[in-house]
Design a binder for this molecule. Structure first.
Ligand code: NAD
Length: 496
């Protein structure tokens, strides 16, 4: 269907500019229609954006923290006022349901709220009389130009993980959003402009690898925040640090959910179904593998299969909403299908098969139904690779010890969860499991803005995580001042 394309400009030095040159298509995954053309920028656009950010830094970094915070109070209000428009934009370019889009925007909004607290977040430490008459204090000062490179799966939340806090801390910023979902980033940028942010403090440059490489090697970029897949996260970390930048880079995940025989099965089915199939499985915190312990499988699977089969797939760009929308592209759908086929050929059994999902009024949409694969073994591809689609693996474990060993064998370490009514089992699990975010009877233990998003192993490269106090540290550098004052006229006044 022919429709008007949504403009997709860069935002540089306070100007919305549509460059001429190559573009990549942005789809409405619900229909397969192209809805925008994303500029494929490179070193020239990045150079302009970094120059604008560098020029804005002296003025912005000298702006008192309370004044900087006020911009984010206004930004917060504007996000609330434009909530529906933002959610429709997220849903239209990503394909998640409106209710999932609300979650995406809401989690982002919480990060803006966190950034509003920057005057206290920037507090330093002091110690009086470090030695006699000598005092010590720390200051947390901004770095300069920071950059953010973001994935497709949370068009609002992930960029909002980064720039509100970085900018509130006194830095200036260049965002390179995912070329698959650039429109939400633009809408948020327009709101930030309306909130009164001075020109050049925030910039958006669209593109793919050439843009990323220009940011990673630009001498004026001081820090890079990245979220995306592990091979690219590793590349970003290695290239960015080699070029002298501070880097935090989040990667892929394979999150295990242990179900003990004593778990509340009704609640577990509900949580597992949301964890595995929410956002069509395109979440780095998706619960992609159920490790059923002992008799848990027999208690769990009939209801879980029924829940998966009841999930209605459909287009999310209409007022009537389905339970689950499409995945991001046709290529991604085909990759997921091929991983499921590999699982089958390696001996796993498909017990809920969503591969034939069709949506009659949108035959070119990128749909997959909820799929459950049973009998997955440790040596199978499905047990190792991130699928990033609505596919739940089931691995049957003899006991909790075996389940923890399996979870810990993963190269990734983003999230892990346990469902049980035993405090002892929960305690054992939280103590031993090798993952940065752990849920106890919570299927998606994604942390909120005030806590760091603590991926481990191949899920994270860097030292300081996104969100919370670690992010404040990442976007600031500490200065320690040691001072003493010698006697003299003024000092003598104090003498008794
Ligand atoms: P992706 O790695 O393909 O892309 C992420 C960003 O990197 C995009 O902006 C893209 O333009 C850029 N990029 C892609 N290829 C590049 C290359 N060769 N060189 C330089 N830059 C490149 O990821 P995606 O498909 O957009 O997002 C899904 C992935 O993100 C999943 O693996 C998911 O687990 C991960 N993710 C992780 C977290 C987390 O916090 N750990 C959160 C959300 C998503």
């Amino acid at each position: 269907m022919n429709q008007t394309l949504t403009p997709c400009p860069n935002y540089i030095a306070g100007e919305w500019l549509t460059p001429s040159g190559p573009t990549t298509p942005v789809y409405n995954p619900s229909t397969g229609d192209v809805i925008a053309e994303c500029p494929a920028g490179g070193a020239a656009e990045v150079g302009d954006a970094v120059a604008a950010a560098a020029a804005a830094f002296p003025g912005w970094s000298e702006t008192p923290a309370v004044e900087r915070a006020r911009v984010f109070f206004r930004f917060r209000q504007l996000i609330e006022q434009n909530y529906d428009k933002l959610c429709v934009t997220v849903s239209r370019e990503h394909g998640k349901t409106l209710s999932e889009a609300r979650g995406d925007v809401h989690r982002g909004l919480e990060n803006v709220e966190y950034a509003c607290g920057v005057p206290t977040l920037l507090f330093g430490d002091t110690l009086e009389n470090l030695a006699r008459g000598v005092d010590c204090e720390t200051l947390n000062q901004p770095l300069g130009v920071c950059a953010g490179i973001t994935p497709f799966n949370f068009p609002a939340m992930v960029p909002l993980w980064m720039y509100p806090l970085a900018i509130a801390c006194g830095n200036t910023f260049v965002l390179k959003p995912s070329e698959k979902v650039p429109l939400t980033a633009i809408l948020l940028g327009q709101l930030l402009e309306q909130a009164g942010l001075p020109k050049g403090v925030f910039n958006i440059v669209h593109g793919g690898r050439p843009c990323v490489d220009a940011l990673l090697t630009h001498p004026k970029v001081r820090a890079v925040s990245f979220v995306g897949s592990t091979p690219i996260a590793k590349y970003i970390y290695e290239t960015g640090t080699r070029n002298g930048k501070r880097v935090q880079a989040n990667g892929c995940a394979k999150n295990y959910i242990v179900i003990m025989p004593d778990a509340d099965i009704g609640k577990t089915v509900e949580a597992l179904s949301t964890a595995a199939f929410g956002c069509a499985g395109e979440r780095c915190m998706a619960g992609s593998t159920a490790l059923t312990v002992g008799a848990a499988a027999e208690r769990l699977l009939p209801d879980l299969i029924a829940a998966a089969k009841a999930i209605k797939v459909g287009r999310t760009d209409q007022p009537a909403q389905p339970d689950m929308g499409p995945v991001i592209t046709a290529a991604h759908r085909d990759r997921v299908l091929s991983l499921v086929a590999t699982g089958e050929s390696e001996g796993a059994k498909i017990i809920a098969d969503g591969r034939g999902a069709r949506v009659p009024d949108a035959p070119r949409g990128f749909y997959l139904g909820a799929t459950i694969v049973d009998g997955v073994e440790a040596n199978m591809t499905l047990a190792r690779e991130e699928v990033f689609g609505p596919v739940l693996n089931v691995m049957r474990m003899g006991d909790l010890d075996a389940a923890i060993t399996q979870a810990n064998a993963s190269a990734f370490g983003n999230g892990a969860a346990i469902f049980t009514s035993s405090g002892r089992a929960a305690r054992e699990f939280k103590h031993r499991v090798k993952a940065g975010m752990v849920g106890i009877n919570v299927g998606v233990p994604a942390t909120m803005a005030m806590f760091p998003f603590t991926g481990w192993d191949d899920s994270f490269y860097g030292d300081l995580h996104i969100q919370g106090k670690e992010a404040v540290q990442c976007y600031t550098q500490q200065k320690v001042i040691t001072s003493r004052w010698f006697g003299g006229d003024v000092g003598d006044v104090w003498k008794k």
